[in-house]
Design a protein around this ligand. Structure first.
Ligand code: AMP
Length: 218
């Protein structure tokens, strides 16, 4: 099963994605993580992406499409993948259709996580991420047992550099302008399942799991 997960920054895509990968055993392709790793490793790609990411702007399509194309062609994607954070523009969606045809790995189902702006702001400001294993916390709704330390691996928790209200506003306006049309694009193909992400983590996951299980069984 090839899955695409959509939703604005802070909606809980990362948390749901971790559960999807563990439950359905698909390869996780997160373009945000790929860019963050490139920056951490000081690669050419990282240097190109850094200034856009810090401002909350999208990295140019050409760079992003080439990076994702290389990733989707790897062997671990043959049995199914979860695409997280891509495509974010119509140009990326169209380019991905060509890549999917070439590799015979088309998107089967799209999960669209929806939420109100107020809830988003709360989540973004309180979000913490483990530097080492990527586990996601919320200082209010899901705090770590020891402040600032990951429950899973004991590494320090950090705030993402772009997790602030200023950057959120830019990211949301980019989302409305550029990414919302991508959902319409897949909706027209009958692939989109909408899930209310304003619920508790458990309720969101129950809805997503049920939708994907139904898809597998149909
Ligand atoms: P994310 O972790 O998915 O929120 O992505 C963090 C940042 O990485 C975004 O704000 C963009 O700057 C960049 N990025 C991730 N995916 C894409 C994409 N598909 N197209 C352009 N930029 C992206």
């Amino acid at each position: 099963m090839n899955i695409l997960i959509m939703g604005p920054a802070g909606v809980g895509k990362g948390t749901v994605s971790q559960s999807i990968v563990e439950t359905f055993h698909v390869a996780h392709i997160s373009t945000g993580d790929m860019f963050r790793n490139a920056i951490k490793n000081n690669t050419q790609l990282g240097m190109e992406a850094k200034s856009y990411m810090e401002k909350g702007l999208l990295v140019p399509d050409e760079i992003t499409i080439n990076m994702t194309k290389e990733r989707i062609m790897q062997d671990d994607c043959a049995e199914g993948y979860l695409l997280d954070g891509f495509p974010r523009t119509l140009a990326q969606a169209a380019a991905f259709e060509d890549i999917a045809k070439e590799t015979n790995r088309p998107i089967d189902v799209v999960i669209d996580l929806t939420i109100s702006i107020d809830q988003l702001a709360e989540r973004i400001v309180n979000r913490e991420i483990c530097k080492n294993c990527g586990e996601i916390y919320n200082t209010v709704s899901k705090p770590s047992a020891v402040k600032g330390i990951c429950d899973k691996c004991g590494s320090p928790l950090v705030h993402r550099a772009d997790d602030n209200l200023e950057s959120l506003q830019v990211r949301l306006s980019e989302y409305d302008k550029l990414t919302a049309p991508v959902i319409d694009y897949f909706d027209a193909k009958g692939l989109v399942i909408k899930v209310n992400a304003g619920q508790s983590r458990e309720a969101v996951w129950a809805d997503v799991k049920q939708a994907l299980e139904k898809f597998v069984n149909d």
